[in-house]
Write a new protein. Structure first.
Length: 411
């Protein structure tokens, strides 16, 4: 196959779950197919690095573009404009005219078999082309993230804005799924949600994966009283999870284990989050070259997410390193894990704190959970296995598109 892969916001460095998933799919596909990558980035060095990291791709083109970040002036402008249109702010801020123009030129002038929109936001930059089928790679059910943001927002004005945005995003998400020959979700739960939005669309699911060579058990089980959370702090759901843990869970844990330490590993924490972490005696690392030493040195990994979508690679990475994990239902959503066998699921601050205390006091139980989780991901969820499923869906998208065109001609 000749594949045109489109992604907004860059693919390198692999410092987010979405980038990791996309990069590994690309790396595997490019070994067997001709793959051209069109993406955007605001960092010239990162654009050059991406070309080096994907040497087997037929071409890698990265246009210059900065996506307005949360709380930035650019985001506020995009949000204000979105109120006057049916286009949600999450999509408007990812509209890149230069990327769309390059895609139009490529789809018109080259013989591609498939175009892949990597994340929902990329689809706004894919021009209409009846000859080339579109596969939508949906890492999250995007409108659910915004709906959950609205649910935890306490300020009336901001909550009203979020309520409007998630409804517009739901409509856009349904339209994008209907436009695609196939929409690929990252869990059966996500696939079912998208199918309810767009009953006539072709929705499929693949599991998430993990680099089982890179994330591997590292010797002795840690006996420290340290808890770790890994996640990009410039993504609001991660910041909300950390604030939730600091305010409502950590104090209850400290009542029973005063020496407990909490470390947050993730890029670009806000000044306000740094100040709050300091008040609670927690450590924020900011950007690190390698998260593994922090995970290895901790006794327990926590994922106290209240807002999110898709699946959390951070859980699979911790399990691949044979670490015990405590997660909220939202944190573990979409992952093929069994509560109290592969991890511990805890809903609400009291239950979460109790689970953390119990595991910190029970090294044997931590070891058992870690081993069970590690066995699961090592045997079933390596990237090579997941990419084989994704490749089959790419071929299915081409077949469905071809069959639909034949039916149109016959009619």
């Amino acid at each position: 196959m000749r594949i045109l892969w489109m992604k907004v916001g860059g693919l390198w460095p692999c410092n987010t779950g979405g980038r990791l998933r996309s990069f590994h799919m690309l790396e595997q596909l490019s070994r067997r197919h001709s793959v051209t990558v069109l993406t955007s980035s605001d960092d010239a060095g990162q654009r050059q690095s991406l070309r080096r990291e994907l040497p087997e791709c037929a071409d890698v083109v990265a246009v210059s573009h900065r996506i307005p970040k949360w709380r930035s002036r650019g985001f506020a402008v995009a949000l204000a404009r979105s109120w006057l249109s049916p286009l949600p702010v999450e999509i408007r801020r990812c509209s890149v005219p230069a990327l769309r123009a390059e895609a139009a030129r490529r789809l018109t002038g080259a013989d591609f078999d498939l175009c892949i929109a990597d994340f929902l936001a990329a689809s706004i930059n894919v021009p209409a082309c009846s000859r080339v089928p579109l596969l939508l790679f949906s890492h999250n059910v995007e409108h659910m993230i915004w709906k959950r943001l609205a649910a935890v927002e306490r300020r009336p004005l901001q909550r009203a804005a979020l309520e409007l945005e998630w409804r517009k995003l739901r409509q856009f998400e349904a339209s994008a799924a209907m436009r695609a020959a196939v929409t690929v979700a990252v869990s059966a739960e996500d696939a079912a949600q998208i199918a309810r939005l767009a009953p006539q669309a072709q929705i499929r699911a693949i599991p998430t994966g993990v680099d089982t060579d890179y994330f591997a058990p590292g010797g002795r089980e840690s006996q420290s009283e340290e808890i770790v959370y890994v996640g990009s702090m410039d993504w609001w759901p991660n910041e909300d999870a950390v604030r939730y843990f600091l305010r409502e869970i950590l104090p209850a844990v400290r009542l029973q284990i005063p020496a407990v330490r909490f470390t947050v590993v993730g890029r670009e924490p806000s000044r306000e989050l740094r100040a709050e972490a300091e008040r609670h005696g927690a450590r924020l690392t900011g950007t690190v070259a390698d998260v593994r030493p922090f995970v290895r040195n901790a006794s327990l990994c926590v994922v106290p997410l209240r807002v999110g979508g898709g699946t959390r690679l951070k859980i699979f990475e911790a399990l691949a390193m044979a670490k015990a994990v405590v997660a909220t239902p939202v944190g573990a959503e979409g992952l093929p894990l069994v509560d109290n066998r592969h991890f511990v699921c805890a809903d609400g601050p009291r239950a979460f704190a109790a689970a953390v205390v119990s595991l910190l006091r029970d090294p044997a139980r931590r070891l058992e959970l870690g081993r069970n989780g590690c066995d699961l991901v090592q045997t079933r969820y390596s990237w090579s296995r997941v990419s084989t499923s994704f490749e089959a869906l790419c071929m299915e998208a081409c077949e469905l598109h071809r069959d639909a065109r034949l039916r149109q001609r016959a009619a």
